[in-house]
Design a protein. Structure first.
Length: 265
């Protein structure tokens, strides 16, 4: 529900990073030919196609050939993790995920878009058939819908999240590429009312078979079986878990300057 260059959001972030780190090159990713398309694609473009498009943009940008730091907000955090896993050239050095839902969501309480009819339609569509082929291929939010009551359906039919989270088998390349990061920073909003469950921002999720009790990353099979290399990265000090008071994507400039900017310098 956002766009690359909105002066109140991503455009603003770009500006303050450039102001605070003189000489830095910042690319704000645009998917589509204009800001409207970019915003619409955040809802309706197949996430795998979005990731392919971003990988192509990064590979063509001469400023990035020596490596780059990536920062993604909300679903952008998990989409950029897919870029890290699938597209190692140019190399991603640090990944900063600000409110990214790495184990997906089970609920869509406050849709991020400004258009309420789009949000209502998305909610109904997810309730009716998140794992049908048509919905999976044409609704970005369905591609990280993780129903803890239908784990088998999720594993079998999720065309994006189940793949990057190694739910259908181990892709060693994904593991190797993610482990090449210097730091994987995950920011969780401690009063988040949009991401359900909020612990997904730190790679935790609901305990399978119910939707009340959550477990942290270290208790998930993804970690204990180390299917993605997260356990090894954790032991090497590469995983950084940050909590910030506030609702989804609510943070102060001061917090951003003191906590996030050091990872970009």
């Amino acid at each position: 529900g956002d766009s690359c260059c909105n002066p109140q959001s991503m455009g603003y972030i770009k500006k303050i990073v450039e102001n605070k780190i003189p000489g830095i090159y910042v690319l704000s990713l645009k998917i589509g030919n204009n800001l409207i398309q970019d915003m619409e694609n955040s809802f309706f473009m197949n996430v795998n196609d979005q990731v392919r498009e971003v990988c192509s943009q990064l590979a063509k940008d001469p400023h990035l050939k020596g490596g780059y730091n990536a920062m993604g907000f909300s679903q952008g955090g998990q989409f950029l993790r897919a870029v890290a896993q699938r597209c190692p050239s140019p190399p991603m050095l640090n990944l900063i995920s600000v409110g990214g839902q790495h184990q997906g969501v089970y609920g869509f309480p406050r849709c991020p878009g400004e258009s309420s009819h789009i949000c209502d339609w998305i909610r109904k569509t997810l309730d009716l058939g998140a794992y049908t082929q048509a919905v999976q291929e044409h609704l970005a939010q369905a591609e990280y819908w993780h129903d803890p009551l239908k784990e088998e359906d999720y594993r079998k039919n999720s065309i994006f999240l189940a793949d990057i989270n190694q739910e259908r088998g181990i892709n060693e390349t994904y593991k190797k590429n993610l482990m090449a990061l210097k730091k994987f920073v995950m920011v969780k909003f401690l009063n988040d009312t949009m991401v359900d469950p909020p612990i997904s921002e730190w790679f935790g999720f609901y305990k399978s078979g119910q939707a009340k009790e959550t477990i942290p990353l270290k208790e998930t099979s993804l970690y204990t079986e180390d299917r993605l290399g997260l356990q090894e990265m954790d032991k090497a000090g590469k995983l950084v878990f940050l909590g910030v008071k506030g609702d989804h994507l609510h943070f102060s400039e001061e917090w951003f300057y003191t906590t996030i900017l050091p990872f970009l310098q």
